[in-house]
Write a protein that binds this ligand. Structure first.
Ligand code: APR
Length: 358
């Protein structure tokens, strides 16, 4: 997953580069600056002394010393002064310049604290929006694993209005939870739940009957009035025919949808917050079975509506539940046609759910 949000102590995170929220002297301080200097050891300070300080919004690199990283990238965030003194642009530059510098150093992964949101007083929800904007802009044109490390859940604040909207959507959905639909289990075939097969086979044979080319020996498919069964026992379909008649796989559907969208593969997997390696695996293996988070990430990247999303999920054997918080939060964004995966992941993180992407 190119961009993830986690809680923890950044000095314990392994990455090619760890970013320090420093001050302009680069000679250490409190907060994450103090933690990084303590964990890295005193040699870090010796090297920092040679750097001659750093301007707000700029970034400079040192070795990682005792930290589990190759480089420590020191950047100086703006002090919050009410938001009218260019704080947003300076904070955006901190993230952007740190990412660019990490790229120049050949780093494939980088971890950030939420710069300026501690001692420098930047409101956490605003700082988060700037961080996500800078990181997603960079990832729209570059491949790098980026981790935003929140020291604690309390240092994470989702946009209040968004949080309230999601909460009421979840409450409404649970309140109107339809009684669990009986599985479409046929009395003659209690072992089978035909819902997904029916959709696939009806589509297949529906099309075949239209053009009059129902495969020889195939059963005549009819739907009984109470939807009880759609396979007529008289002429059972052979297993080969049944398997031959199955729908296109998840991977085949995904590639078709990407072609139809007009987006390139690169644009799609970057929008889906999926790394290049995983995408090539899915593209090269038509029977690849993705995780649900991965399948959903592509539905978001392709801006599918709810029915199209359900269809794509079904190809991988998943459905969207009306009772699971994770599913409801993703449903909320799809219904509202908000397809920014980085904002969706912030919401999922705020509600303690796993993120979407690989
Ligand atoms: N791991 C991850 N995040 C951390 C850690 C840690 N070990 N310690 C603190 N944080 C979080 C804070 O909760 C905050 O959300 O890092 C974010 C940035 O807080 P600060 O470290 O206070 O940095 P900042 O707000 O940018 O202020 C910089 O503080 O430490 C001094 O020398 C530094 O003068 C500079 C100023």
């Amino acid at each position: 997953m190119p961009f993830r949000i986690i809680t923890g102590d950044i000095t314990k995170v392994t990455a090619d580069a760890i970013v320090n929220a420093a001050n302009s002297s680069l000679l250490g301080g409190g907060g994450v600056d103090g933690a990084i200097h303590r964990a890295a050891g005193e040699e870090l300070l010796f090297e920092c002394r040679l750097l001659g300080g750093c301007k707000t919004g700029q970034a400079k690199a040192t070795k990682g010393y005792k930290l589990p990283c190759k480089y420590i990238i020191h950047t100086v965030g703006p002090v919050w002064q009410g938001g009218e003194k260019g704080e947003r642009e300076l904070l955006y530059s901190c993230f952007r310049n740190s990412l660019e510098l990490a790229g120049q150093k050949g780093c494939e992964s980088i971890a950030f604290p939420l710069i300026s949101s501690g001692i420098y007083g930047y409101p956490k929800d605003k700082a988060l929006q700037v961080a996500v904007a800078a990181i997603s802009d960079f990832l729209s044109a570059n491949d790098m694993d980026v981790t935003l490390v929140m020291y604690s859940k309390s240092s994470f604040e989702l946009d209040h209005a968004l949080e309230m909207n999601i909460k009421s959507f979840i409450d409404d959905s649970c309140a109107h939870l339809a009684p669990a639909a009986e599985a479409a289990v046929c009395s003659k075939h209690p072992e089978q739940d035909f819902r997904s097969e029916r959709r696939g086979l009806k589509k297949l044979f529906g099309a075949a009957q239209k053009c009059g080319s129902v495969p020889a020996g195939a059963a005549a498919f009819k739907q009984t009035q109470n939807d009880e069964c759609f396979v007529c026992d008289e002429a059972p379909v052979s297993l080969d025919e049944f398997l031959m008649s199955r729908d296109e796989s998840f991977s085949q559907s995904l590639m078709r949808l990407i072609d139809e969208s007009g987006m390139s593969d690169v644009q799609t997997y970057r929008k889906a917050n999926i790394d290049r390696k995983l995408f090539s695996k899915i593209r090269s293996d038509k029977n690849y079975k993705p995780k649900k988070q991965t399948a959903l990430a592509f539905a978001i990247a392709l801006q599918l509506d709810l029915a199209q999303t359900e269809d794509l999920l079904a190809k991988a054997g998943y459905t969207l539940s009306s009772s699971l918080k994770f599913d409801l939060i993703v449903k909320y964004f799809i219904i509202n046609r908000q397809y920014d995966i980085f904002i969706i992941n912030q919401a999922l993180f705020a509600f303690d759910q796993s993120l979407i992407g690989c």
